[in-house]
Design a binder for this molecule. Sequence first.
Ligand SMILES: [Zn+2]
Length: 183
Amino acid sequence: MTDDESLECGRTVESVCETVDSEPDAHQRDCPYCGEVRERLKQLDRLAREAKEADSSLEIEPHVRRRIVDFARSNLRRGADIPVHREPAATVSFSEMLIARTARETVDTFPGFTARRCRVRTIATPDHGHQILGLSIGVVMAPDAVVENLDRNVRDAVIDAVARKLGAHVAEVDFTVEDVHYD
Ligand SMILES: [Zn+2]
């Protein structure tokens, strides 16, 4: 699991995800990092389509599913699965990317704060019950934002949003103010 979503070129995996269905822009055409992620996403998409077709013909082919899981694990590094709920019969997994995105979107709803990167870590791995997660979020703030709000409001909102939308249990959220942004 890597510790941030930025590529070596400074763009994010998410920016590539969002544009994967359209033509690459000038940067993406020349950038090996963006290009690599783009290729991986396309490959993942192909594998997912194969699985879907196998499913709809009611022939669930385990090898297709296996390939997708293996591919996702080994190649799409930012999408590492994190099991968030463990029960004897079921493990629900959410990707690190999804958890990080939910956390960032929540931070962004607070005026004056913009989330940059979000690292997800597992704090404890119980045999049963909820996996407990910790988040480290880098934040850019406006000069007039009240930094105490991170502790007063934003942390609880992030914990609440991840629980409500994903059912994941976040116990710790650390914020790092990485920059002050003047418009
Ligand atoms: Zn790039």
